[in-house]
Every structure is written in C-alpha cells, then in structure tokens.
Design a protein around this ligand. Structure first.
Ligand SMILES: NC(=O)c1ccc[n+]([C@@H]2O[C@H](COP(=O)([O-])OP(=O)(O)OC[C@H]3O[C@@H](n4cnc5c(N)ncnc54)[C@H](O)[C@@H]3O)[C@@H](O)[C@H]2O)c1
Length: 256
C-alpha cells in the first residue's frame, strides 16, 4: 500500500462518505490529515476516529466556495503542520436532482458549480504557491462518471460541474506539471454513501442504496474505502510523471 509518512494531506468533504473514508485511509498510511467540510459534527467525528486509530488530524470548518475561507484553511493547515503535500478536492453538492433544464433554479445551478467546481479551483489556487515553493505535490479531484458520460435527466448542474472538474484537471496538469505538481482525478460510479441515499426514488432502483443490488449488469456499488484507495494511489509520490489522468472507478459504467 502507498505510504504517506511525514506528509500532510488536505481532504475536503471529509465529514462523511468518501472523504471520511479517505481521511482515515490517508491517516493510516502515515499522513497528518487536514479535514475540511461545512458539516462540523461530521468533521469532529472523522477527526475523533483518526485519533482513536492512532493518527493525527485537524478539523478546519471551511466553505470551499468562499476563497477567503479556503485561504484561511490553508493558513491554518500550514500553521499546524508546516506543509501540504496532498490536496484531495472531494466536496460536492448534488441538488436539483429531478429538475429538467428549465426547472433548475438559479440557486441550484450556482450552488452546484460554486462548491463542486469553483470550490476545487479555490483550493488548488490556495495551495499551489506553497506546493511550488516546496517543489511539488499531488492534487486529486473527485469527478464522477457523470462527468464522463451523459447522465439521467435532472442532473444537469452536477454533470456540468463534474465535467468542468475533469477539464480543469487536464488543463492544470499541464500548467502545474513543470512544478512537479501532479493533478489527477477519480471518476467514481455509485458509492455507498449518504449522497447516493439522497438520489434514490422508486423508478431508479439501481441507485437505491437501501437495496443491495447491482447498479448495472454485473456491477455493484463501491464501498467508500474502495474508492479512497484510488485516491491514496494517486497521492503517493512513486508515480513519476503520472498526471492529467481521469481514473474511472465506476464498475464499468462509463465503458458502455
Ligand atoms: N456517492 C456516489 O455514488 C458518488 C458517485 C460519484 C462521485 N461522487 C463524488 O464523491 C464525492 C464525495 O461524495 P459522497 O458520496 O461521500 O457524498 P457526501 O455528501 O457524503 O460528501 C460530500 C461532502 O461535501 C461537503 N460539502 C458540501 N458543500 C460544501 C462546502 N461548500 N464546503 C465544504 N464542504 C462541503 C458535505 O458536507 C459532505 O460532507 C463528491 O465529490 C461526489 O460528487 C459520489
């Protein structure tokens, strides 16, 4: 397994689901973890679990859609640990779920883009000066199968945000490559988290997390830790120049 001994990792969306699984996994791999989210109770629980298993973590309540808060979070991380080696942009909101294009409200559209796409960009913008100064780093963005292939009706804002995140990953991999900062993305399919619990409805049985059934032919939902292992792989510094990759972890959903 990839080790992150001596490294510091910032994980956004760390109050639950995939982010919490990743924060725990990164800590188990030896990293000190800066856990970022707006959900304070969940953040505290993540930090408690890391501490209980012998790791070290810091909770920094941050709305990633606000640049000032993101800059303050990076400052707090550097003040506490002195370095940031890994940034995992994982926070997102899934809203306007069943709205058609003309029904999606201005607020829903703006919130999806502000957190999922702009929030990731703000975190990158805030850590890059430090990573350049240190001579490198690893940035991981949680995209989605929804950014790779067209999704079901009603997810236009989420899909646009994730598609934008994939384009941003590719673009910044070139811009930051000369600084030894690798930028890669994971594109999960369906993961067993609170997010998928909110998207179930009777006519979409394949996304009903209350039932353990395949999401597609011969495909099952991933456990959060299974996807988090992909992030840990991308966080390691033994991948040479690997950058700009979009790793689908979707049980094959995007190949059909
Ligand atoms: N669950 C799935 O099936 C699935 C599939 C593909 C991609 N993803 C992606 O995986 C990532 C993690 O999702 P999850 O399934 O663990 O869901 P989740 O809802 O548990 O995690 C998202 C986290 O983002 C946080 N967040 C929301 N707005 C924020 C803000 N403004 N600032 C900081 N944090 C904020 C939430 O509080 C939450 O803890 C997301 O990027 C999601 O789009 C999930």
């Amino acid at each position: 397994m990839t080790r992150l001994d001596g490294k510091v990792a910032v994980v956004t969306g760390a109050a639950g689901g995939l982010g919490r699984a990743g924060a725990l996994l990164f800590a188990a791999a030896g990293a000190r973890v800066v856990c970022v989210d707006v959900a304070e109770a969940g953040l505290a629980e993540t930090v408690r679990e890391i501490g209980a298993s012998g790791g070290e973590a810091l909770a920094v309540r941050t709305d990633v859609s606000r640049l000032g808060e993101v800059e303050a979070m990076v400052g707090a991380a550097l003040a506490a640990y002195g370095r940031i080696d890994v940034l995992w942009n994982n926070a997102a909101v899934l809203n306007g779920l069943y709205s058609s294009a003309e029904e999606i409200t201005e607020e829903e559209w703006n919130a999806a883009l502000a957190v999922t796409l702009t929030g990731a960009f703000f975190c990158i913008k805030a850590v890059v000066p430090h990573m350049k100064e240190r001579g490198g780093g690893a940035i991981i963005n949680t995209a989605s199968v929804a950014g790779l292939v067209a999704h079901r009706v009603g997810r236009a804002a989420y899909v646009a945000a994730k598609g934008g995140l994939i384009a941003l990953t590719r673009q910044l991999s070139l811009e930051l490559g000369p600084h030894n900062i690798r930028v890669n993305a994971i594109a999960p399919g369906a993961i067993r988290t609170g997010m998928t619990a909110t998207v179930s409805r009777p006519d979409e049985p394949t996304f009903d997390v209350s039932r353990d059934e395949p999401v597609a032919d011969a495909v099952r939902r991933a456990e959060p830790v299974e996807v988090a292992r992909t992030a840990l792989f991308l966080a390691g510094d033994d991948l040479g120049p690997m950058t700009g990759a979009i790793l689908a972890h979707d049980g094959g959903l995007s190949v059909r």
